[in-house]
Design a protein around this ligand. Structure first.
Ligand SMILES: Cc1ncc(COP(=O)(O)O)c(C=O)c1O
Length: 413
């Protein structure tokens, strides 16, 4: 028995085995498999506690945790608080390694290629700012990428003299080729890297990352994938994307506590990126150099394990299909209404839980306020040059009756 187990045995604890598991959910999976999906989804809805004060259709910022993850997180915090430095000095490393292995398995990659970070911004800003580039080398990005990543590239341009090329993406692409071509046209002899957003947060559009990566690699250009919204929302594993660097937030669709992210770097590329926080504890090609963030809330790392368990009970494909079903439920009912525009592609493979609507005569802010004040429905206004509308994002706990109320609000508007 190792010393950790002896100690835990003495105090009666086994980390990773806190029993907050929702048995009714496991039973309900059988109901779904036997052809009663709504009985299953009813149990999933009950697995989250959400305020009855308003209908929340703004689940794009981050996801609530299911109650079992919330409880496990609190319990880990209590446990670490009871044996603070002991845990940090004697147990933290082993526990974090265990969680990392589970996360790597879920993502379909080796634990030697992932770092657990605090969010997508940390993951990708580490790559963007740390990537060794020469003055005059170019980066390609779009007018629909997340601003934190674009800002990191702008800072890199000021500091290191790289050149940023911004392209425009269609809201309603007719084919994957149309999107791949848009990136390809921006490539020059000096292009070094492309930033691709896997699932665009403004509209919910899903981009063909694999095709963009394959095209970029033909020119010797590397690909950074911003998968903040796609991880644990869409059913895929990281290697399928063919990118070189990958970042996502776990507090979005994996439903972990706030402040958890993943950075994946292809093994042979790790040494090409400087860590954000100085590190010479690990080698240049050791992914752990990116985890040098000092003392942090380790109970959040531990709860990733519970979030994975909840997610895997539902299953990635079932979750992806349900989220698309909820989105389709409302968009089908409003898409042909006069004055309504859906600022997103509706084909299944290009869509996700997120949608974007505008109504003639309303600015994005006015429309979002109208939903809130007149119908008690919370959404968010999107006011970018590239997209103007209101983002509407149901979650697994959203009911069809919630969406009926939203559809009625659109009709009244
Ligand atoms: C596409 C995209 N990238 C990056 C981020 C940043 O995520 P975080 O704030 O968790 O770092 C977001 C947040 O909404 C996003 O939508």
């Amino acid at each position: 028995m190792d010393s950790r187990r002896k100690f835990l045995g003495k105090i009666g604890l086994t980390i990773g085995a806190f029993p907050f598991f929702n048995d009714s959910l496991i039973a309900a999976v059988r109901q779904a498999d036997q052809g009663d999906p709504e009985a299953f989804w009813y149990q999933v809805q009950k697995a989250y506690y959400q305020t009855p004060k308003f209908i929340n259709l703004e689940n794009g910022y981050f996801s609530p945790q299911p109650t079992e993850t919330l409880k496990a997180h609190a319990e880990y915090q209590r446990m670490i608080n009871e044996m603070p430095s002991w845990f940090m000095r004697r147990m933290q490393r082993e526990e974090k390694t265990r969680v990392k292995q589970q996360l790597a398995e879920f993502a379909g990659v080796s634990p030697d290629e992932i770092a657990v970070t605090r969010n997508t911004t940390e993951s990708l800003d580490t790559v963007i700012l740390g990537l060794k580039m020469e003055k005059g080398e170019e980066a390609v990005m779009t007018d629909q990428d997340y601003l934190s990543m674009v800002e990191a590239f702008r800072q890199k341009a000021k500091r290191e003299g790289i050149v940023n090329r911004m392209i425009s993406l269609p809201l309603w692409p007719k084919s994957d080729d149309e999107i791949v071509d848009a990136y390809e046209k921006a490539i020059t002899k000096k292009t070094r890297v492309i930033l691709v957003t896997h699932l665009i947060n403004l509209t919910g559009q899903v981009l063909p990352v694999r095709k963009i990566s394959d095209m970029a690699h033909r020119y010797g250009v590397e690909v950074i994938c911003d998968s903040a919204h796609a991880f644990a929302q869409l059913d895929f594993e990281i290697p399928e994307l063919g990118c070189d660097y990958y970042g996502a937030s776990l507090h979005k669709w994996l439903c972990t506590p706030l402040g958890a992210g993943i950075l994946w770097v292809k093994k042979e590329k790790i040494s090409r990126v400087w860590p954000l926080f100085g590190d010479d504890t690990y080698g240049e090609d050791d992914i752990r150099k990116f985890e040098h963030i000092g003392t942090h809330p380790v109970h959040t790392n531990l709860a990733i394990s519970n979030a994975l368990r909840f997610h895997n009970t539902i299953g990635s494909k079932r979750k992806q299909d349900r989220l698309r079903q909820l989105r389709k439920y409302w968009t089908d009912q409003v898409k042909d209404l006069p004055k309504v525009t859906l600022n997103m592609p509706l084909d299944v493979d290009r869509s996700s839980a997120l949608g974007n609507i505008s109504i003639e005569g309303y600015s994005p802010n006015e429309l979002s306020e109208y939903f809130h004040e007149k119908h008690n429905i919370f959404t968010v206004a999107i006011n970018r040059d590239s997209v103007k509308g209101v983002r509407v994002t149901p979650h697994l706990y959203t009911t069809f009756s919630d969406l009926d109320k939203f559809v009625e609000a659109v009709k009244q508007a």
